[in-house]
Design a protein around this ligand. Sequence first.
Ligand code: NAD
Length: 546
Amino acid sequence: MYNVLVTEHVHESGMELLTQAKDISTTIRTGMNRSELLDAVAEADAMLTRSGTPLDREIFDHAARLRVVARAGVGVDNIDISEASRRGVVIINAPTGNTLAATEHTMAMMLASVRSLPHAHASVHSGEWRRKDFMGNQLHGKKLLIIGLGRIGSQIALRARAFGMDVFGYDPYVASSHIGNLGVTLLDDLDGALAIADVVTLHVPLTSETRGMLGAREVKSMKQGAYLVNCARGNLADERAVADALREGRIRGAAFDVFGEEPIRPDHPLLADDIRNQVVMTPHIGANTHEAQSAVARIAVSNMLAALRGESYEHAVNQPFMASLLPEHRRQYLSIARRMGIIAARLLSGAPKDIRIVLRGPLFSSETENIHFELPYRYTPYTVSLLKGFLEVHLGPEVNYMSAALLAQDRSLSVEESRGDARTYNNILEVTVRSEKDSVSLSGTVTEENKLRIVSVNGYWIDFVPEGTLLLFSNHDRPGVIGRIGTLLGDSGVNIANFALGRRNGSGLALGVLQLDSAVPAELIECLERDRDFIWASAVTLPENM
Ligand code: NAD
């Protein structure tokens, strides 16, 4: 049985999925204070929350069993994602359930703003009939700039086109082929785009790059008399600068559903009396439709259940990639990378200082460059997998794809990923790990038949399958040395399954890898290290089912 702790009100369609699940024991505790929450999380395998449950380091400290947090909604600002990732807790949200609700609310806000609907309504309500005070603008024929052409931005584009708007988009991360039939003209200069748009609407996530993207300077670049709509996230636009622009008559209207601080304070700049007739505000209700809440709850709960049960799931916020969704050949590269990480960690002496990974070949050139992304999304899956292998040797098997890059950073291990052209092998991964006193390098590949191979160690070309128990050693290249190691292993009752040898011309040294049927006794390694014919020896056992 899995214990699921529900800390906030979640739509009944999601709760039904929980109560119907035979392997789930559900505890509903809404409205807990902090100390109650700290106690309650101790027994939880999973939590179902919304935006009102703060999940910080102290909470994670008390949640030893916690594996999954599902957020019935989109924003995860209330969750310390890095802390969750370090502990291997998967954070799942439901970003697709409320797309249409947010889209329709944005359209409503746009129309409300250009026609002053709330103000006209309030006026009629107060007994007035002031028709000429409510002279608006029509959307037809106007230029709309959509900043962020993801799920919601694309849906806005379709609806705005139906209104006869001329639709422009700014989204440096979307390919023009992707927006092919939306009828949107993509612009790559935000300032230029702001200068031509009659209506600007924001649909980007809040990231370090988008925070404050419409600051005082950008608001000044907006076309005279334009309208601004923000139904995405607070802190994307500088609310004070928007209020100033309204006051100075540079922009005509602003419609906001989201704010930098929610709930807003009575002295919020957009509540000022002199601009109130130009502002439409709603209390972050973009996703508040019955349909959206029902869809969001079902998406969050079903993915949470799948994650708990080890089945494949969607919308993990802190999972840098889903291994199960990669094609088999790429999954094999994940596997070789992790094995290379384990072997490198076993061979390196001293505290690791830096890891350099080079991805060579066409397979890797199609990987997106993520270097500007935050951890754990900065590296390709292969580097993440290599880091996982490398770190799990000393930190234990709980190091996972979410935590690997963060743990490397915590340990001041510098990680550098680069790409290069392939040489002897079609696609090859190369890694060099350095400590103060040592350096280890390995290359690994996957054959056409999807078989894993390590093809070089410390500059020696060699070919072995990284599986089971391996004994790696470097020796003086003299007659009888290899025979002796065979005798020593035989005397210890260890059978050799395979043997690979690499030599470097003129060095007088060789490197050997033995694949063994059983573990290597520690005394044997000590014996080899004392032997003048051997420079070093190291045993590595690779976990099964990797
Ligand atoms: P999405 O992930 O599908 O799309 C976001 C788009 O923004 C992507 O295409 C991305 O490439 C683009 N983007 C990222 N950085 C950018 C940048 N610097 N400049 C321009 N474009 C950039 O997200 P979505 O589901 O469409 O949601 C959009 C926003 O709406 C999010 O902030 C979401 O939190 C918010 N939202 C609000 C409500 C509400 O209640 N008001 C409801 C749902 C969603």
